[in-house]
Design a protein around this ligand. Structure first.
Ligand SMILES: [Fe+2]
Length: 307
């Protein structure tokens, strides 16, 4: 199952940002995101929106997104399906998601492996599942149901974690196995890897090495907050600040080894103006170029060594 043939894929070196209603006008304006000298800061390649914000019958959100879709490719990112939960998937939610996809024809569709509902109670959070065979089987079943209901392949996103849960495998093994079992792809959120690695004390580089890079079709970058809880320092995936240099270093490491992937900068708390997001996108784009140049130069020296 792939994307419908008439939808153009997003090129691998593309960089986009999460789009909020506050940005609609600037995203469409020829004035758009410009710096003090009047130069355009960054030409966005695509935008990502949260599916749930467009699960309505019409009105301004649809009108704006249709206008944006005419100019840009789209990624639609779901946050409420609860793929990693035990409860059955909500069939109405799946139907509404299908309607959003049919209406806006995004090149990328993604959801979290996190869970956010249990026993009919909805939690306003994305909670990491235990990494067990039971959770793997249940999540794979949910991904199969989702892909069948949507008629297309989805990408699944790794969570950010705050607690060590019972596990029978590593998270990369869990993610790779889900993709191999269901045919879905991976949305690798490198900020989530970093946040989890700091909170649970594992090596983020080893995590990236263990991910099957051939399955990764999109990357997320975002900012996070540093907090202290009962004397313990934790990193909170709040998407409310610029992407930090440590996450940038991991991103460059992954791209250098795996090649470029469509990259999306998320910013969901204290939404800044589009200019700020354009600066973040330009930063990510430069990181991508630096990583690609390093790949190129190491290939070049390998060629010289073998000559
Ligand atoms: Fe993300």
């Amino acid at each position: 199952m792939t994307i419908p043939e008439h939808i153009k894929p997003i090129p691998s070196s593309s960089v986009g940002v999460g789009l909020k209603p506050a940005h609609y006008r600037d995203a469409l304006s020829p004035i758009g995101a410009r710096d003090g000298a009047g130069d355009r800061i960054f030409e966005f390649d695509f935008f990502e929106v949260h599916a749930e914000n467009y699960m309505c019958d019409g009105g301004p959100p649809h009108a704006w997104l249709h206008a944006i879709r005419e100019r840009y490719q789209l990624s639609i990112h779901g946050v409420c399906l609860s793929l990693g939960g035990i409860d059955n998937l909500d069939k109405d939610h799946l139907r509404r998601l299908r309607e959003v996809l049919d209406r806006f024809e995004p090149a990328l569709v993604s959801e979290h492996i996190a869970w956010c509902a249990h026993g009919g109670v909805f939690y306003n959070d994305l909670l990491a599942p235990p990494l067990t065979q039971t959770a793997l089987a249940r999540t794979a079943e949910h991904i199969d149901q989702t892909q069948n209901a949507l008629g297309r392949r989805i990408l699944i996103e790794n969570p950010s974690s705050y607690l060590k849960l019972p596990s029978e495998m590593s998270e990369p093994e869990f993610m790779n196995a889900l993709a191999h079992k269901t045919g879905c792809g991976l949305l690798l959120d490198i900020n989530n890897v970093y946040v989890s690695a700091c909170n649970l004390k594992f090596n983020a580089t080893e995590y990236l090495d263990a991910i099957d890079a051939t399955l990764v079709d999109e990357i997320h970058l975002a900012g996070h907050a540093l907090d202290t809880n009962m004397g313990v320092e934790i990193r909170v995936d709040d998407h409310g600040s610029p992407v930090c240099e440590d996450v940038g270093a991991l991103y460059r490491y992954f791209i250098q080894n795996a090649g470029a992937r469509p990259t999306l900068v998320e910013w969901d708390t204290d939404t800044p103006p589009l200019e700020t997001l354009a600066l973040e996108a330009a930063k990510a784009s430069n990181w991508m170029k630096v990583a690609q140049e390093k790949t190129g130069s190491s290939r070049q020296s390998a060629k010289l060594e073998n000559a």
